[in-house]
Design a protein around this ligand. Structure first.
Ligand code: FMN
Length: 450
């Protein structure tokens, strides 16, 4: 069985409560840092662990923390990004629902390391059950003396507030999130300045993903070096992956980084293979924003090596033959799924969610949606396939925030690997208009509440 660090006690009845979490060793990391570590030592431990941000970009967490400006007399903030709106990604929601104290404990450890005395968890607005669960967990931790004034009598003060999100995917982009947290419309800011220098209310701020923050607990408990022993090269530790689409066992899994993609996909411990005995057609490995890869590139890289669940191996070959770990939303497409239809569906989402600040994204996403719909519904032309390529290439890299890239990459990859499918729609308008094509179901499959 693979080693688990975040979901070790996930099946223990009552683990969402403070009492059971504590019985299982919870809040030891807070005791350890407050009783004998300086904030800088905590940062050092996280650096040693090699932990990379689990929100999508994979930036090293310890390094990000060390960039935090520390001007005299100015507040510093930790903001947890729990907006999780990327289609196919539902791992943070799972963690917050099932084991909320893992996040609260991580928030305390991380806030201490950063010298923050007020921290926020910005939760996607639709997740009301999770907001209530977190508020209850915070109240329990406070009653037990792990939050509030003079925590454990060590002179450290911390309050954590839960903020319901603004109801838009863009609010997950860290600077849009900060705008929204300040009570404004969630429009991304131009960087620099980066949040580490001027973030929430103009103060130095770190924004981290739920899973990144929760991962600081095992890092402190076991030591950064131990954590770094799991995984391969610059992909250390464990990673939560949410699996959906045409798969036997949809759900959330904690894997050791370095697991072969093929093993993850076909072993009964994880995905259990393609549903209904069908064949694999394609994979979106890290949420709707990352390039889709065809079946022949799923198990092996273009060089012929086994493709692994690591940041490097998934990206091997660049966008020509690789993809990205992204936010860990693993969407599987069987042979009956229509790539054109799925790409149109993703693009509809990005068009709807574009904040509208940058013309290439505001106009381009809507234009791509229209062209994709034309082609998908059997009304397109060969020239429109080239036009689509052109539009996406003019969005990428030309926007304030990466939502533009996130909208362009899936379109580029779909044309690159499945051009024949686009052409089929053009050549067979009659069938394209009448056939009921598949659309992989990439919503969270079942989410029992505790
Ligand atoms: C459009 C858009 C949406 C995003 N949504 C999320 C999100 O829901 N959760 C998240 O952690 N990061 C999201 N990100 C990435 C954040 O901007 C940021 O990189 C991340 O929160 C940093 O945390 P990490 O370093 O721990 O990964 C999003 C980025 C973009 C461009």
């Amino acid at each position: 069985m693979a080693r688990k660090l975040l979901l070790t006690h996930i099946d223990v009845p009552g683990i969402a409560t403070y009492d059971v979490y504590r019985q299982k060793g919870g809040y030891r990391a807070v005791e350890k840092v407050l009783n004998g570590m300086t904030p800088d030592e905590v940062v050092e431990e996280v650096k040693k662990s090699g932990l990379r941000g689990r929100g999508g970009a994979g930036f090293p967490t310890g390094m990000k923390w060390s960039f935090l400006a520390k001007p005299e007399g100015v507040a510093r903030y930790l903001v947890c990004n729990a907006d999780e709106s990327e289609p196919g990604t539902f791992k943070d929601r799972y963690l917050m629902t099932k084991i909320p104290h893992a996040l609260i404990e991580g928030m305390i450890v991380s806030s201490y390391a950063l010298g923050a005395h007020t921290s926020y968890i910005y939760v996607r607005g639709e997740m009301m059950p999770q907001i209530r669960i977190l508020e209850k967990a915070i109240a329990e931790a406070k009653a037990a003396g792990f939050l509030g004034k003079n925590i454990l009598g060590k002179g450290y003060d911390l309050e954590i507030y839960v903020q319901p999100g603004g109801g838009a995917y863009i609010c997950g982009e860290e600077t849009a999130l900060l705008e929204s947290l300040e009570g404004k419309r969630g429009n991304p800011r131009i960087k620099p300045p980066f949040p580490a220098v001027s973030g929430l209310y103009g103060c130095p701020t770190v924004v981290n993903n739920v899973e990144s923050i929760a991962s600081t607990v095992p890092i402190i408990n076991d030591g950064g070096e131990e954590y770094a022993k799991i995984g391969i090269e610059r992909s250390t530790g464990t990673k939560l992956i949410s699996v959906s689409g045409n798969i036997v066992n949809p759900g959330v899994y904690e894997i050791e980084l370095g697991l072969p993609v093929e093993e993850f996909l076909y072993s009964d411990e994880y995905c259990g293979g393609i549903a209904n005995g069908k064949r694999l057609k394609a994979l979106v490995a890290g949420g709707s924003s990352v390039p889709i890869i065809p079946a022949n590139l799923v198990s092996t890289t273009a060089k012929g090596d086994a493709r692994l669940m690591t940041y490097e191996s998934l990206a091997d070959g660049g966008f020509q033959t690789g993809t990205m770990m992204g936010s860990g939303g693993f969407i599987v497409f069987d042979e009956d799924q229509c790539v054109v239809r799925n790409t149109w569906n993703f693009t509809r989402f990005y068009h709807h969610e574009s904040c509208g600040q940058c013309s290439p994204c505001r106009e381009g996403t809507g234009w791509m949606e229209k062209v994709l719909h034309n082609i998908e519904s059997g009304h397109g032309s060969m020239e429109e396939i080239d036009l689509l390529w052109d539009i996406q290439s003019k969005i990428e890299g030309n926007t304030i925030c990466p939502l533009g890239d996130a909208a362009a990459w899936p379109v580029a990859a779909a044309i690159r690997h499945f051009r024949d499918e686009f052409e089929w729609h053009v050549k067979h308008p009659q069938e394209a208009q009448t056939r009921n094509f598949g659309l992989a179901h990439y919503a969270e499959p079942r989410m029992p509440l505790v």
